[in-house]
Design a protein around this ligand. Structure first.
Ligand SMILES: [Zn+2]
Length: 66
């Protein structure tokens, strides 16, 4: 068995990254701490959304690297 990633492997990783980003954004969208925050975004969700963007950036890099 080869160590190379197959197209299916890459598709799986991209799907996981998209699901993870959606999950982070959904938590932020339903966060009570954000509702109570003056800026509308609590520090935890600031980190969450940054991470979601990083997932998207990584997915983009994986796609363009194919
Ligand atoms: Zn929050």
């Amino acid at each position: 068995m080869s160590d190379e990633l197959t197209a299916d492997d890459v598709a799986l990783v991209l799907d996981a990254l998209a699901a993870a980003a959606d999950h982070k954004r959904e938590i932020a969208a339903n966060c009570g701490d954000c509702d109570r925050s003056d800026s509308g975004l609590c520090p935890d969700c600031g980190t969450r959304l940054d991470r979601a963007d990083e997932y998207g950036g990584l997915a983009h890099r994986i796609r363009s690297g194919q």
